[in-house]
Design a binder for this molecule. Sequence first.
Ligand code: ASP
Ligand code: MG
Length: 416
Amino acid sequence: MARLVMKFGGTSVADIDRIRNVAHHVKREVDAGHEVAVVVSAMAGKTNELVAWCRAASPMHDAREYDAVVAAGEQVTSGLLAITLEGMGIDARSWQGWQLPILTSDAHASARILDINGAELIKRFKERKQVAVISGFQGIHKDTGRITTLGRGGSDTSAVAIAAAIQADRCDIYTDVDGVYTTDPRVVPRARRMDKIAFEEMLEFASLGAKVLQVRSVELGMVHKVKIFVRSSFDKPEDIDPHGTPPGTLICDEEDIVEQQVVTGIAFSKDEAQISVRHVPDRPGIAAAIFGPLAEASINVDMIVQNVSADNATTDLTFTVPASDYQRSLDVLGKSKSAIGFDRIDGATDVAKVSVIGIGMRSHAGVAADAFKALAGRNINIRAITTSEIKFSVLIDAAYTELAVRTLHSLYGLDK
Ligand code: ASP
Ligand code: MG
């Protein structure tokens, strides 16, 4: 017998038929003797609709009321799944974040989980084999008693946090893909599903725009050592052996991966914009003058490249921001022009970031150099490069994204 968290995303609970399909997945695990806590998202598209309603009601709405509205999507699906399970003769009860409770910070719309009380769930597992159906995405701030939400995609984080709180043996993330791939299979049809990936690598994938998991859920899993298993909710529930190993990707400690490859996968994002601030004075405080105002405007700056000044007087600074923040960034910098003292700003939105990820890079030299050579062989110009211990990223013209990804995917032997 194991204790499992089963998390189902929006497409998996998009309508009553799919909720019934989810209920069959749950029944399979219950019948196998497992203790089960289910975490559900809102039906696909519902959260977007609720967000749009808030904006329509007032563009400047209070984040506390936004949370009151958007938490409703998960309330509906948890109740519906509990009803469906009960109808199949399975003892089940729904739980809202405030009922457990899931205590969070008061950062409305992007709250952090502080503590979860899983005692009542465990008691009910033991006493009556009751399935807990928990609304993802939401919690409560203790002092104010107000409902909070965890930021878009937050149900993943709810699931991993609950798994840690009830000491689950595994947190299964059921989604519309059957695992984590070496890159997007729509771009590289030969992309492979990975059997295992280390937390650190998955953190990079998630941060770099692979939409499988919310970044915070991976961080939490890493800290609490929760085994996270990404698998498909569209596999037929009756075809799955609850004691076997289903297809999927296990996110785990790097020590649990026997055959570690140097490069694990390629991530990319076209959702980038490049900003170059030209001829800024080369003296202390300039980076702060540029990035301070951007940070205050909550603009997430990513790749930063500063030239070494040639004349000891001025230099250029290039960085990237999310494409959606491009115009706002230009406005913010424009306002600080006299404080920064730049000559002009060049920008581009038709750029893409391609990143190569792998823990093995820590101990292998020349991994990036191989990539630069391969990209040059395809006549792909690199605008900027950043590196960290386990990944490097290149900024290129967006038109070459697919070619670059395919080239690197074969270069590192990731094609099946
Ligand atoms: N329903 C929320 C969203 O769409 C949370 C989630 O699905 O994880 O962002
Ligand atoms: Mg999601």
